[in-house]
Design a protein around this ligand. Structure first.
Ligand SMILES: [Zn+2]
Ligand SMILES: [Zn+2]
Length: 233
């Protein structure tokens, strides 16, 4: 049973009919997570530990840095630097393995641990967990609420990340007929949107031809590059 609490923000995002509705939810969540990381998270030792363990990706470090609370960010960085320093003291492992037997060369050293750390992010991980719950709620609404079904069919498009995220989850939990219907709706929306987008990008590109100099771009052509990036992310 999905957590119904998410159905309200989902309906709000789907009521906007502007951009990818799941990007709207994700952007809002990201804002909240940045605030949380520099706020309540500091009061929760378990969360601080998880933040320390996973660190932050460059995008979310930038986000944290753009916020007002520089002291909290400083305290977070102190812990991260301590953790990294401790890690650098780990004895080297690996190198060319001996022919026989296993030895401590196979254990993890700072190269492995830092590599893992560089690939993980506390905020990204929280977002992807919550997104999975958004997906199950969207599927629940699609299956149980005819009004929502119509709403989904009128969305302008789904970015490729959310198109695939939602449908992969739907494929794993819906009955085949239900999945086919949702798939047809979303693929239909995206097929039409991407066709228009492709035409607009072509209009943008041919405007560089000297034979078209002086010919004004349409609104769609002018915004086509930005829109194509938003759809393909
Ligand atoms: Zn999206
Ligand atoms: Zn991140």
């Amino acid at each position: 049973m999905p957590e119904k609490i998410f159905t309200i923000p989902i309906n709000e995002a789907f009521d906007m009919y502007e951009g990818c509705p799941l990007c709207r939810l994700k952007d809002r969540l990201e804002e909240q997570m940045l605030g949380f990381s520099l706020g309540e998270a500091m009061m929760e030792p378990g969360v601080r530990e998880e933040m320390n363990e996973l660190g932050f990706c460059p995008r979310h470090f930038e986000g944290l840095y753009s916020m007002k609370n520089k002291l909290t960010l400083g305290l977070i960085l102190e812990s991260h630097l301590d953790k990294a320093r401790a890690c650098f003291e780990t004895e080297a492992s690996g190198g060319k393995r001996p022919l026989f037997g296993r030895d401590k060369r196979e254990a993890e050293d700072a190269a492995d641990a830092m590599g893992r750390h560089a690939m993980s992010c506390y905020i990204c991980s929280r977002i992807s967990r919550t997104e999975a719950r958004y997906y199950s709620n969207v599927i629940y609404l699609w299956e149980s609420d005819p009004g929502f079904r119509e709403k989904l069919k009128k969305q302008p498009f789904f970015c490729v990340t959310h198109f695939s995220g939602l449908l992969c989850q739907a494929k794993s939990c819906m009955r085949r007929e239900g999945y086919l219907e949702l798939y047809a709706a979303m693929a239909g929306i995206n097929g039409a949107y991407f066709k228009r987008l492709r035409e607009a990008v072509t209009g943008f590109c041919v405007s560089f031809d000297h034979r078209n100099s002086g010919k004004p771009l349409t609104e769609d052509e002018r915004k086509s590059i930005e829109r194509a990036i938003a759809a393909l992310k």
